[in-house]
Design a protein around this ligand. Sequence first.
Ligand code: URP
Ligand code: ZN
Ligand code: ZN
Length: 460
Amino acid sequence: MKILIKNGKVINSDKELNADILIDGGKISLIKENINIETEFTIEASNKLVIPGGIDVHTHLDMPYGDIKTRDDFETGTIAAAFGGTTSIIDFAIQSKGQTLKDSLNIWLDKGKNAVLDFGLHLIITDVNPYVLSEIKEVIEKGVTSFKLFTAYPNRLMLSDEKIFQVMLKANENGGLILMHAENGEAIEYLINQALQQGKKEPIYHALTRPSQLEAEAVYRSIMLASLADVPIYFVHISSGDAMDVINFSKQRYEKIFSETCPHYLLLTEDELRKPNFEGAKYVLSPPLRKKADLKKLWSAIQKNEIDTIATDHCPLNFETDKKLGIDDFTKIPNGGPGIENRVQLMYHFGVVEGKISLNRWVELISTNPAKIFGLYPEKGTISVGSDADIVIWNPDVEHTISANTHHMNVDYNMFEGFKIKGNAEVVISNGEIIIQNNKFVGRRGRGKFLKRKQFELAR
Ligand code: URP
Ligand code: ZN
Ligand code: ZN
């Protein structure tokens, strides 16, 4: 099928131009002014921005969490993502204790069969042994090229420094990328136990027992281990100014460091956790929300190109049925918050409309850098001839108020409830098919394909 997009302003991370775009067979086949070719569909895009589809590299869809699981599966989660201008995601397959990497991967590949958007997978490694280490090469060959490790959550997800270092060495041998959840799990455990003994059980103690020094410490330790192993390291969900300082300092000596933050760390503070009627639990996620000064530092890091990507860490858990499991004890509140639908919108409004970043930087953060770092470029992350036709027609003027009453995520609250924002996706095209139009989803379940990603390559 051929689609023609007429008269839009095309925004890539490195340039913008007024041009028409011809899509043919799922790819972008021509970009130039005044294309006049007969096509099945023509989209009029004057006064609209035409951007590469957003890529959210940090989601948790259909993820088991004790006796519950995250409320969006690959169908509902990717539909919600599409409504907000995202056309690819990378989710996390989780290795259970005793499980092989291949088995965990197969479970998530199966879940992904419901995806509406193209999806890739990272692997969370929780149980390291010689066999698992030997599997790293094989899974990289299958297109799963990034491995998330935890320095937090002792007895569940946390790995010892020895195991972390072993995985780093293996990843480096085979062209893999390490993703790090950096918080000092043991010191946090001590602070949590101390708080509980003192009867401090409300949601705010989630934030107060995970101070930013313990994020910064784990970031530094991980960088030192990564530099010794010579492996590239990508910090997921950086939340604090302290962590940013350590990253910036370390980059002077070791180049292969990348960092991600999320809209909630840019727009919300730990004060949300003090909300009455247990509503603070809606904002219990890790690392925790921080202070105003941290938000300022993270925005400045975005402006100075010190942060590479914006992802969501979308981990949707209902307030009523899930978060309330911890009503008497903050340690029992399942960690995570929803956001897959609002990432591109929030970065447009609070970044571009509020004058903090350019249109090009917006595209770089939400699409181009994610594609480059995670082995998807130039098929994704750019509007270029030969690239996948993952395109969003963005209306820069439309206004809306974010609300759980109108969002498409399968979760009963929105962390950005009541935020009035400008700009939204109007038409969303994935692999040359229109999937969002006239505020309706017109794609189909299972149309998304698994993204076999290339090995990590350093391209700054
Ligand atoms: O609280 C969070 N972020 N939950 C999701 C899992 C993770 O650590 O990313
Ligand atoms: Zn994490
Ligand atoms: Zn996460």
